[in-house]
Ligand binder design. Structure first.
Ligand SMILES: Cc1cc2nc3c(=O)[nH]c(=O)nc-3n(C[C@H](O)[C@H](O)[C@H](O)COP(=O)(O)OP(=O)(O)OC[C@H]3O[C@@H](n4cnc5c(N)ncnc54)[C@H](O)[C@@H]3O)c2cc1C
Ligand SMILES: *[C@@H]1O[C@H](CO)[C@@H](O)[C@H](O)[C@H]1NC(C)=O
Ligand SMILES: *[C@@H]1O[C@H](CO)[C@@H](O)[C@H](O)[C@H]1NC(C)=O
Ligand SMILES: *[C@@H]1O[C@H](CO)[C@@H](O)[C@H](O)[C@H]1NC(C)=O
Ligand SMILES: *[C@@H]1O[C@H](CO)[C@@H](O)[C@H](O)[C@H]1NC(C)=O
Ligand SMILES: *[C@@H]1O[C@H](CO)[C@@H](O)[C@H](O)[C@H]1NC(C)=O
Ligand SMILES: *[C@@H]1O[C@H](CO)[C@@H](O)[C@H](O)[C@H]1NC(C)=O
Ligand SMILES: *[C@@H]1O[C@H](CO)[C@@H](O)[C@H](O)[C@H]1NC(C)=O
Ligand SMILES: *[C@@H]1O[C@H](CO)[C@@H](O)[C@H](O)[C@H]1NC(C)=O
Length: 515
């Protein structure tokens, strides 16, 4: 299937003229993906004054049938090598308080629990799209297969191939490409010596041994009466461990770092290798299990950019991008990018290719919108930004700053370090104000209450108590505006803090990063 597709695509491209034809349409923008990030981009484009965007061509391609990205369930069951459309599983609740996940000015409706089930987040995205008339720009069931820049560092256009709902492939031209395709779609699958022998050597009777990535996880039932090793303790690893340990015969978790204990879970260090009869850890201890679940995260990969050579994949790059300025991913980090958004590759102009939603460890909807406003204004007027050389120097200084804080930018990738995620968003918007691209309202982009959420160490436990005691309705019934949501979080945090103090209880703060 893929091969036939590639032949068709290369036939289409072989008919292209050698020289690029500058597009007559001055601003045409293609957005890929209708998750949180793509919707934010549409909103930002739509918010341009009508006189400015008059005549612009804006198309968002979404391969699935609706908005919401990872929050839209995939009704089908998949097994490798087939990849599910989302890692979403029925028991999933948000691991961050939902008011902090909202787009500015568009709060969750009254009655929403603070850490709701995934359906609330899906519905929220649908309402956001409807309320702002965004679906008029969206072509559902359209998959972008390949994107190619036709031109040079100053002029040109994107020639992109799209497969539509009836499986037909066609080419389209756009001046600007905005990639909002999400970070949780290509599983990162480590391989250890000896694992194939271990898999083959399962018991003659009883369950077959398996190693599966968490993108396939749909509930704990699969592990009933089995023993399991979960690899990784990001948010997915922790969540799965809590669910599975209740019905598995034995649950191990392999972790690089020390972690708060989980009931009935035995922690292990990193895996060294497998033998026919078990798993050997780096401290020399062993265990054997029926199943291994890899909560090992995702690769930073954009297959449709790869296919058109707009993005090189080189997993071996671990330190310095200055020598190779072609846009590259080492599967953790895409570089060189300005502000995690604009490609600084010399292959195209600085505003030709933007990424929305790469940063992690951030409340993504507000961040996606800040990035989108930034991208929209740079697309409108490229001269707002300095020269490519200056932006590359700025990037080198940023990477240097990350190293000084003890991290490798090529490993942490687009993860925003502790305490910098709000400043990052303010910086994007302040820059536009300084350039007179948007009016200065004298306010910070990130409202004070959103910054406060980082200090609410008692909030999640407080909410659990409220749920367990059946008081949810009383707390959230009349909470509707952003101010009311902000106040609710403050009250729940203070309520729990007070209770823990009075009862002399101390917990280790759990700062989850989703895997
Ligand atoms: C299981 C899970 C739980 C999470 N829980 C939380 C949480 O509690 N709190 C929190 O803040 N964050 C959470 N996150 C992070 C979450 O990823 C973000 O909140 C956010 O929804 C990501 O939005 P996005 O638009 O960047 O990407 P996505 O939601 O992945 O959307 C990308 C869209 O692009 C489409 N697409 C991709 N490639 C193509 C193509 N070639 N052609 C056409 N369309 C394409 C996809 O179909 C998809 O609809 C969670 C993530 C996961 C995976
Ligand atoms: C959406 O479109 C409807 C009808 O076309 C219009 O009445 C409404 O004002 C629009 N809303 C926004 C936010 O533009
Ligand atoms: C797909 O494209 C073909 C050819 O352009 C067209 O005839 C068909 O109606 C399109 N299908 C959809 C669902 O858009
Ligand atoms: C790109 O796509 C268009 C279809 O819109 C096609 O006609 C054209 O030949 C392609 N090639 C270039 C170089 O633009
Ligand atoms: C649990 O597994 C054991 C060993 O594989 C088997 O003997 C037993 O019947 C199973 N119990 C249930 C309830 O399935
Ligand atoms: C990266 O390379 C540039 C020049 O190629 C050099 O000036 C810089 O010091 C290097 N940085 C690191 C961290 O190696
Ligand atoms: C970078 O891109 C240029 C132009 O597309 C190409 O000639 C060169 O080989 C690329 N460099 C690497 C390291 O891939
Ligand atoms: C584009 O930005 C530059 C630099 O901020 C500014 O001088 C110029 O007036 C802007 N152009 C338009 C059309 O807004
Ligand atoms: C992040 O900040 C918190 C307190 O603000 C601190 O306890 C924690 O160690 C920091 N983590 C990292 C990775 O810097």
């Amino acid at each position: 299937m893929v091969n036939i597709l590639q032949i068709v695509i290369s036939l289409l491209y072989s008919q292209l003229p050698d020289q690029f034809v500058p597009s007559l349409d001055p601003k045409s923008v293609a957005v890929i993906g209708a998750g949180s990030a793509g919707l934010a981009m549409l909103k930002a484009l739509f918010d341009l004054p009508e006189t400015t965007r008059d005549g612009w061509r804006i198309v968002l391609y979404e391969q699935r049938g609706d908005v919401a990205g990872v929050w839209l369930p995939d009704p089908h069951l998949h097994s490798p090598p087939d990849i599910p459309e989302t890692p979403l599983y029925p028991l999933l609740h948000t691991n961050t308080p939902v008011p902090s996940m909202s787009y500015p000015g568009f709060p969750f409706p009254p009655g929403t629990p603070l850490y709701p089930s995934h359906e609330h987040v899906r519905e929220y995205h649908q309402r956001y799209a409807m309320a702002h008339n965004l679906t008029q720009y969206i072509k559902f069931n359209h998959e972008v297969l390949e994107t190619r820049w036709v031109g040079n560092s100053e002029y040109g256009h994107w020639n992109i191939s799209v497969r539509n709902g009836t499986n037909e492939i066609h080419l389209e031209n756009f001046d600007h490409l905005v990639v909002a395709s999400g970070n949780n779609h290509v599983p990162r699958i480590p391989v250890w010596p000896g694992q194939d022998e271990w898999l083959k050597n399962g018991p003659d009777h009883g369950p077959k041994r398996e190693i599966l990535h968490s993108i396939y996880y749909r509930g704990p039932e699969r592990y009933f009466n089995k023993s399991i090793l979960i690899v990784g303790t990001g948010a997915s690893g922790q969540d799965v461990a809590i669910q599975v340990s209740k019905i598995a015969t034995k649950t191990y978790v392999s972790s690089r770092h020390d972690r708060p204990p989980i009931d009935q879970v035995e922690f292990k260090p990193e895996i060294s290798h497998f033998t026919e009869n078990g798993i050997i850890f780096q401290d020399g201890t062993t265990c054997n299990v029926d199943a291994v679940l890899l909560a090992t995260g995702y690769e930073m990969r954009k297959p449709f950019l790869d296919a058109g050579h707009a993005l090189l994949t080189d997993p071996s790059v671990t330190s310095n991008s200055s020598s190779n300025r072609n846009l590259t991913t080492n599967l953790h980090y895409i570089f060189p990018l300005h502000q995690h958004i604009f490609s600084l590759s010399p292959a195209h102009p600085v505003n030709a290719l933007a990424f929305i939603g790469l940063p992690t460890a951030i409340a993504n909807c507000p961040s996606d919108l800040a990035q989108s406003i930034f991208a929209t204004h740079i697309i409108r007027n490229r001269t707002i930004l300095s020269s490519r050389e200056e932006l590359l120097d700025e990037l080198a200084a940023y990477e240097h700053g990350i190293r000084q804080r003890g991290y490798d930018p090529y490993i942490i990738g687009h993860q925003l370090l502790n305490g910098t995620s709000s400043d990052y968003q303010d910086e994007l918007i302040d820059f536009l104000k300084k350039q007179n691209a948007i009016p200065d309202d004298g306010k910070n982009y990130v409202e004070g209450w959103r910054r406060d959420v980082f200090n609410y160490d008692y909030l999640k436990r407080g909410w659990s108590c409220i749920e367990e005691s059946g008081q949810v309705e009383e707390w959230v019934r009349d909470v509707g505006t952003e101010e009311e949501w902000a106040d609710l979080m403050k009250r729940v945090d203070a309520w729990q803090k007070n209770w823990e103090r009075e009862n002399g209880i101390r917990f280790v703060a759990d700062l989850g990063v989703r895997n």
